[in-house]
Design a protein around this ligand. Structure first.
Ligand code: BGC
Length: 400
């Protein structure tokens, strides 16, 4: 049977994602802010005002809703909510509650991420995730988020990309700088254990706030593909970087699947894409089919009953036609997965806005362009097309 489109399953999430530090601006009490201003850290440029979404979130939501999206994933910033250990800002909690209510008022269901890479400086000074008491400190912060997420928030993500956090900790220990390359260097094992414990504590705290919230975490899927004869090497390479975090989601309400490109693995480990392969602005291989592999692999590890939500997927490019082409290829994979009976419950593109890509504004992942001087937002043609699918509630099939 051939299909030209596949209907969204009931309740399917359709939206775009952002993260506080990447769009808000002036996240001055966070570890990243300090790093960005430390010449020894080797960061190309600081986030400064970013997209000024701290003040312009209403415009962002207006645009997303008018484009046809029905869901918006954003994060709340621990460094703002608890700028000093044990001191919680009522004003910041009220700010994020206004965002939740603002989303709902516009017909956007909010998915709230509680931690997306940045921590308060004081937490980093204690030693970060592996410090004594880190889990309890995180759980206490989550409890304090009750007024934000207690009502009207159907989905909460505890921690974004724990595997990237463990890899970044590994990089820091080995004295290397920057954001990890695709394929991922070795994760720090102690951080892996700590972050899994923090997730489980946060799940408990979220359920205590409101047992109806569907909570989970989101994993950076690297789409490791074994070259002939390298199956065992691939499994061994992948396990500490990916599978261990997928396995730790057992018992959660859903799992977030995030993918961008693939990594081929040969007998000696990762093999770079050929010189002539098309690359994006992050230098990753252009590979729209990544998400299909990521969804199938996640289901294989955790079991087919676990709800899968694509919580990030996209491309950094200055050519919006390539972005549209990437999304068409990716959605074809999502549709094929749904037809094959995978329990896919949503698709959230990365990213709503061109934003601060962890060290630089140059890799533009946004569906919406942001003028760096005036902060004026302009939806790109890919956003008009992608958002519009939310009105028909149909995923196009390009390969059927
Ligand atoms: C992160 C985002 C990031 C994106 C592109 C993911 O690793 O969750 O914060 O901007 O991928 O690199």
């Amino acid at each position: 049977m051939t299909h030209t489109s596949t209907s969204f399953p009931d309740g399917f999430l359709w939206g775009a994602s952002t993260a506080a530090h990447q769009i808000e601006g002036n996240n001055v009490n966070s570890d990243w802010w300090r790093k960005e201003h430390d010449p020894a850290a080797g960061i190309a440029e600081p986030s400064l005002d970013a997209c000024d979404s701290y003040h312009r979130w209403e415009q962002d939501m207006d645009l997303l809703a008018s484009l046809g999206f029905t869901d918006y994933r954003f994060s709340v910033e621990w460094a703002r909510i608890e700028p000093v250990r044990g001191t919680f800002s009522r004003a910041e909690i009220a700010h994020y509650r206004r965002m939740v209510e603002g989303a709902l008022a516009r017909g956007l269901r909010p998915m709230v991420t509680l931690h997306h890479f940045t921590v308060p400086q004081w937490f980093e000074d204690l030693g970060g995730w592996t410090a004594d008491g880190a889990t309890d400190l995180f759980a206490r912060y989550v409890e304090q988020c009750a007024p934000i997420i207690g009502e009207g928030v159907a989905h909460v993500c505890t921690i974004n990309e724990p595997n990237m956090i463990a890899v970044m900790a590994g990089l820091a220990k080995s004295g290397e700088k920057g954001f990890p390359p695709a394929g991922l260097p070795t994760p720090d094992e102690e951080t892996t254990h700590a972050i899994i414990a923090a997730h489980h504590a946060a799940m408990k705290a979220v359920r205590a706030i409101n047992p109806d919230i569907k909570a989970g975490w989101t994993i950076a899927n690297q789409v490791y593909q074994a070259l002939p004869g390298a199956d065992d090497v691939t499994v061994a390479y992948r396990h500490p970087r990916e599978d261990v975090f997928i396995e730790a989601a057992r018992g959660d309400d859903w799992i977030g699947v995030q993918s961008y490109t693939r990594t081929k693995i040969g007998a000696d480990g990762p093999v770079p894409a050929p010189e002539n392969a098309e690359r994006t602005l992050t230098q990753w291989e252009y590979y729209p089919r990544a998400v299909g592999h990521a969804l199938r692999h996640t289901a294989e590890i955790i079991g087919r009953d676990m709800p899968l939500i694509v919580t990030e997927n996209g491309i950094a490019t200055a050519d919006d036609n390539r972005r549209a082409d990437y999304y068409a290829g990716a959605l074809d994979e999502v549709a094929a997965g749904i037809e094959d009976g995978l329990n896919i419950q949503g698709y959230l593109a990365w990213s709503a806005l061109d934003n601060y890509e962890w060290g630089s504004f140059k890799p533009t992942f946004g569906l919406i362009a942001v003028d760096p001087e005036t902060f004026e937002r302009t939806a790109k043609p890919s956003a008009v097309w992608l958002g519009g699918l939310g009105r028909t509630r149909e995923l196009p099939r390009t390969s059927a």
